[in-house]
Design a protein around this ligand. Structure first.
Ligand code: HEC
Length: 139
């Protein structure tokens, strides 16, 4: 069932405690994930906002000021080429826009705490996450 899936992924970085319109997003410590699985990291850390399939429709999305980017259109919006560096940089350092709102978390430090602060492991996690997002691109 769809809702059950949502609850599992929400327990990751964000806990969604909602009753009707009285909705609150609670931050909880990041869960450990396998370094070699971009898919599992994505589900745990990203899907709550960006949606299970990357289209930006995760259950937390309505609580944010900025709509989470549709990650399936990154190649399309970049002339058909997947923007590897932009994605890696957004994950490591977050997204700053001209409007200053920062709804996209900075994942560098979070990935570091789940990697025993090994920079090599953080790099590997970012590589695997980025590769997974590449597989979500619409053709
Ligand atoms: C709390 C919600 C939230 C979570 C969790 C989240 N994001 Fe985002 N993300 C956003 C929002 C909102 C934006 C759009 C930012 C803007 O336009 O200001 C965004 C934008 C992005 C972008 C586009 C950057 C650009 O410059 O176009 C990428 C790539 C991205 N996120 C990747 C990820 C990945 C990978 C994860 C998991 C490790 C993740 N996000 C987790 C909210 C989130």
């Amino acid at each position: 069932m769809r809702m059950a899936g949502f609850f599992v992924l929400l327990l990751g970085s964000l806990l969604f405690a909602g009753q009707g319109s009285d909705t609150a997003v609670k931050k909880v410590p990041p869960k450990q994930t396998p370094i070699d699985s971009g898919a599992k990291m994505y589900r745990e850390y990203c899907a709550s906002c960006h949606g299970l399939h990357g289209t930006g429709d995760g259950p937390v999305a309505p609580t944010l000021v900025r709509r989470p980017t549709d990650l399936t259109l990154l190649s399309q919006k970049n002339g058909g080429k997947f923007p590897v560096l932009l994605v890696k940089n957004s994950i490591q350092n977050g997204v700053t826009t001209a409007h200053g709102s920062k709804d996209m978390p900075v994942w560098g430090p979070i990935l570091s705490t789940v990697s025993q602060h090994s920079q090599a492991l953080v790099t590997l996690r970012v590589e695997n996450l980025t590769h997974y997002i590449e597989t979500l691109q619409v053709k």
